[in-house]
Design a protein around this ligand. Structure first.
Ligand SMILES: Cc1ncc(COP(=O)(O)O)c(C=O)c1O
Length: 396
């Protein structure tokens, strides 16, 4: 399909490959192998694989290729490689491009598994990593060196929702020849303009908004054709982190509705953040869409919205946060995000439990902090639920 169609149209049609049966919904090619017409054809395909030729599902599969083409079109990237999980995407993007002796600069505020990859795994293989406060451009400038091969950050940090200036960090990185790798989960493909803002590689956990209904783990790496096919694909196809065809089908179906879902969730999150701001039981409401958020202007310029997640900090600390969680009747206590169901998380004791206390203090992951991934329920019901749970927490 022509590339000038609106993103909502592309999200439904881009990348579709119809079989001879003319199916409306994308076919699930649940096969790990492909039959060749002749030994000569097999030999030729192993020498060079064309865009619609497949060898083995770890290398590529028609359903997975449909998902890769669709998300690449939406993101404005030349190409994409779909992975078994978001962490396969993050680790694959980084490990495939780095070697011993390289230097990486990373924002400090990261999802726990990303910190493990950067600190433990890359360190073990001789890659030096410098962590900086991602919202401090001076810190990026001071840390990026001539031998810096890559910079890495979540464009909106989990769970404290600081926004990192992709364009400004990309300028600093590119001046030293470093690649910019952005984990864009919180921005979502709907609000992302990361490639046009200077990112070289964009990574998503598809487990979040792309699926959007809590069914499957998946991930995707997007970037130039050279990087995806020349650097990432050889690493992924030989180490085994490829997406399964069934998962790709779920993600294709997820993309069909992502624009409507994410916009509705973000509108709800904005309304809830505004309703909770200034509540007597709360020390802080963190949401990039609030004018009081320190990077509100940047969030609007970079994403055009505040996103689907907000965090609140209860004055009563852990006891109040737990009482709040336990009183919820609509929101569920869990740790995913981007789901149709509102998911409420206590980062200090779950997703970020393993961080040393001093890092939690540095990042602002306080005992009272609660992350709310806003779902698709009626906003009025969510507001009532959050307010009654805050009342219950106050009485606890
Ligand atoms: C910002 C971020 N990056 C990466 C991941 C990893 O994704 P997955 O769980 O699909 O491996 C997550 C969540 O789990 C996340 O929140």
């Amino acid at each position: 399909m022509s590339n000038d169609r609106h993103a909502r149209t592309q999200a439904i049609h881009a990348g579709t490959r119809r079989s001879q049966y003319g199916e409306v919904s994308e076919a699930i090619y649940l096969t790990q192998g492909f039959v060749y017409d002749s030994a000569e054809q097999a030999e030729a395909r192993f020498e060079e694989t064309g865009p619609d030729e497949f060898i083995y599902a770890r290398y590529g599969n028609p359903t997975v290729a449909m998902f890769e083409d669709r998300i690449a079109t939406l993101e404005g990237a030349e190409d994409a490689f779909a992975t078994a999980s978001g962490m396969a995407a993050v680790s694959g993007a980084l490990i495939s491009m780095l070697k011993a002796g390289d230097h990486v600069v990373s924002a400090r505020a990261l999802f726990g598994s990303c910190i493990y990859v950067l600190e433990e795994i890359l360190g073990r293989y001789g890659v030096e990593v410098t962590f900086v406060d991602g919202s401090d451009l001076g810190a990026w400038e001071a840390a990026i060196r001539e031998d810096t091969r890559a910079v890495f950050f979540e464009s909106v940090a989990n769970p404290t929702l600081e926004v990192i200036d992709i364009e400004a960090v990309a300028k600093l990185a590119h001046a030293k020849g470093a690649l910019v790798v952005v984990d864009n989960v919180f921005a979502t493909p709907v609000f992302s303009r990361a490639i046009s803002q200077g990112a070289d590689v964009v990574v998503y956990s598809a487990t979040k908004h792309i699926d959007g209904q809590g069914r499957a783990l998946g991930g995707v790496v997007l970037g130039s054709r050279d990087f995806i096919r020349g650097t990432l694909e050889p690493y992924m196809k030989h180490t085994g982190g490829s997406m399964s065809p069934f998962t790709a089908w779920i993600m294709l179906k997820g993309l069909e509705t992502i624009d409507l879902r994410v916009r509705a969730q973000a509108a709800s999150a904005q309304e809830l953040a505004e309703a909770l701001e200034g509540h007597a039981a709360l020390a802080r409401v963190l949401y990039p869409g609030l004018s009081a958020h320190p990077q509100n202007a940047l969030a609007m310029q970079q994403m055009g919205a505040g996103g689907t997640v907000l965090s609140i900090d209860l004055k009563g600390g852990k006891a109040a946060a737990f009482a709040f969680l336990n009183a919820l009747q609509v929101g569920v206590i869990s740790n995913n995000l981007g789901d149709a169901k509102t998911i409420v998380t206590h980062p200090a004791t779950t997703t970020h439990q393993r961080l040393p206390q001093e890092t939690k203090d540095l990042l602002g992951i306080t005992p009272g902090l609660v992350r709310i991934s806003v779902g698709l329920e009626y906003t009025g019901d969510l507001k009532a639920d959050l307010l009654q749970a805050l009342d219950a927490a106050a009485q606890a």
